[in-house]
Write a protein that binds this ligand. Structure first.
Ligand code: SAH
Ligand code: TMP
Ligand code: ZN
Length: 405
């Protein structure tokens, strides 16, 4: 039995994907030598409810100068973060000369709006390649991992933060205790720590098992976030469900006693309790769905291959590493994966080694079928690729279930 990374309680494993490569470790061809692998298994703590991976990958292996994920590749996400920036500014930047810190600012998708508005800010991100893109967009960046020591240094150099924000980053950080001690050190007395990450409730409802991979160390719920916040002397004062990335929650933490929690907090925690979010029935159902979806997807792909159809993947997402490697979807089933990110193009996907090609080649000529690995950007991609369907092409979805559209 593993012990919880947060509270040392007992963690019950509910799915084991076996040995997996790192989800963002795209391989330069020709592939020589073995890739780094780790055991991808996930469990839920019986005490605090935190869903977590059972094995941790060293952070420098995942987040480094060559980290290939560029947040600004999606127009929907650019609009989402421009709106988030404006809202934080209006609601939380009331002091004169407010200071906003973002953990995991990536290419500056959120902070560029505040930078353009002249708000004092600092992005913190250990991946130099994406940090350079943020700097080029006018964002002040510190290339560093956020943890307690980083927070103490920033506090000493720049003073307290009115807002600490993070998106799709806090769930990446196993040393969450150190992060929260850092938040405590850096946050102004009435400041807020706002972060948004994939929501466990949505992952279970949609069987979106590909949200589970090396970088997603935690899958948060309101219950587990409140527990970890309280251990650090912070309070969960607001939750808001977000439609992006297949369903997320934005959590707002404040110092204990400084803000009245909004009714949405008790409502979501009550909902999680009633549905027994991390109870054996829910987790066993999820495990059965994962096996079922994977079998359906591979059966479909084998049939299409035997019929001579031209089938590809769309979106060389980190998520797709779990699907392709766990279900066994390699070059025998898909010809290539198309992706807009220059840092991924010309490389091979981790583990199964599907070639990653630029989007221009998706149209030249259009395939018969495309597995939408970037299903969280479905509306945007299906609209951008309207011509694919007009010419008879079909999308293959596998979340929440396998279907052809
Ligand atoms: N906020 C962006 C980026 C998410 S990708 C978005 O929502 O699209 C996660 C980012 O977190 C990467 O850029 C990675 O380099 C960064 N990261 C990982 N560990 C971190 C840490 N300890 N402190 C700060 N950033 C971290
Ligand atoms: P994400 O699901 O982790 O955000 O990754 C999305 C991936 O899909 C990323 O590699 C960029 C790629 N992508 C496209 O190729 N075309 C698009 O229109 C969008 C939105 C993303
Ligand atoms: Zn726990």
């Amino acid at each position: 039995m593993t012990t919880c990374r947060i509270c040392r309680g007992p963690v019950r494993e509910f799915f084991d994907f076996g040995s997996q490569p790192l989800s963002d470790a795209f391989v330069a061809p020709p592939a020589t030598g073995p890739e780094y692998r780790y055991r991808l298994a996930v469990g839920a703590c019986g005490e605090c409810g935190m869903v977590q991976l059972l094995e941790e990958v060293p952070r420098e292996r995942m987040f480094h100068a060559g980290y290939p994920y560029h947040s600004s590749g999606s127009a929907v996400m650019r609009a989402h973060f421009a709106a988030a920036a404006r809202r934080l500014r209006e609601a939380e930047c009331r002091r004169p000369d407010p200071f906003v810190v973002e953990i995991g600012c990536n290419d500056g998708i959120m902070l560029r709006t505040l930078a353009a508005d002249g708000v004092r800010h600092l992005g913190i991100d250990p991946s130099r390649g994406v940090a350079d893109l943020a700097a080029a967009a006018g964002v002040r960046v510190r290339v560093d991992f956020f943890e307690q020591s980083t927070a103490l240094a920033v506090r000493a150099e720049e003073g307290p933060a009115d807002v600490i924000f993070a998106a799709n980053t806090i769930c990446h950080i196993p040393y969450l205790d150190s992060v929260l001690r850092g938040v405590d050190a850096l946050l102004a007395p009435d400041g807020v720590f706002v972060f948004e990450d994939p929501y466990l409730g949505d992952v279970l409802d949609r069987s979106s098992f590909d949200q589970i991979y090396d970088e997603h160390f935690y899958l948060f719920s309101a219950t587990s976030v409140r527990a970890v916040a309280e251990r650090a002397g912070l309070a969960l004062v607001d939750v808001e469900r977000l439609p992006v990335h297949g369903g997320e929650v934005r959590y707002t933490l404040a110092r204990a006693g400084r803000r009245q929690p909004r009714p949405a907090v008790a409502a979501l925690i009550g909902d999680e309790r009633r549905r027994e979010l991390t109870g054996p029935a829910a987790l066993d159902r999820f495990a059965a769905n994962v096996k079922h979806n994977c079998a359906e997807l591979t059966t479909l792909l084998h049939k299409l291959r035997d019929d001579g159809a031209h089938v590809v993947g769309y979106g060389a997402t980190a998520k797709s590493a779990t699907v392709t490697n766990y279900c066994g979807i390699g070059p025998g089933l898909l010809d290539a994966v198309f992706d807009s990110t220059p840092a991924k193009q010309g490389r091979l996907t981790p583990g199964v080694h599907l070639p990653v090609r630029p989007l221009a080649e998706f149209r030249d000529p259009f395939p018969d079928y495309a597995v939408l690995f970037a299903w969280n950007h479905a509306d945007e991609i299906i609209a951008n690729e309207r011509e694919f369907r007009e010419r008879g092409g079909r999308w293959i979805m596998y979340v929440p279930e396998v279907r052809v559209i």
